[in-house]
Design a protein around this ligand. Sequence first.
Ligand code: ZN
Length: 234
Amino acid sequence: MHDIYSHPGWTGVLHGVTGRQWGNMQYPVQQQALAIALGVSPDAFVACEQVHGSAVAVVSRADCGTCIADTDGLISRETGVILTVKTADCIPVFLHDAQKEVVGVLHAGWRSLAAGIVRNGIKAMQQAFGCLITDIQVYIGPHIRPCCFTVSPDVAEQFVMYPAVLNKSSNTITVDLAATAAAQVSASGMQSSQITVCSCCTACDVDNFFSYRRDHDQAGRMLSYIGLANGETD
Ligand SMILES: [Zn+2]
């Protein structure tokens, strides 16, 4: 099987990010190949429109095979529902509560992060399913790291409430997107041990990842997926 990037400790939940070898996941045929490799039905996939906003939707089996409009995040506690987002530099943020059996995934680019999508995702798990803040774990998948994410002063301005994520040198400004996500995790009351960050940079690593910053309109997309297996209680 081609490379899948995942949280090393989440053995009980189906999740991961496809490496470049899986192909451009914008195409249904590539998603079907992944579904077969994972032993699941591609009909179980739920997508979201990915509008670079901060809305998070609660979804169920009735949403399988659909794309949720005006949304960048999905959460669910039903088995047989596989939540997906597509990325090429943006962060795929995975959420998991092993006690309440709730999963989530967020498409978190700089606009969504500045608008608080990680905070919203955690809040949605608390409000919809009664998740305890101490039970939620967060996995930050492969994304563009500060080595490559230089931004304009206009973009940097959106992160003034997170001064630690900005790094200004004489003629460049970089933003640490994962640190922004981590700041929202921390502000939600979680400990640093509850978040795990993949150190891979999608823009640096040509062999393993697609990158919008590097490849522009030619960039393919990786698929991030998370779901509870069929046959468990829900
Ligand atoms: Zn890099």
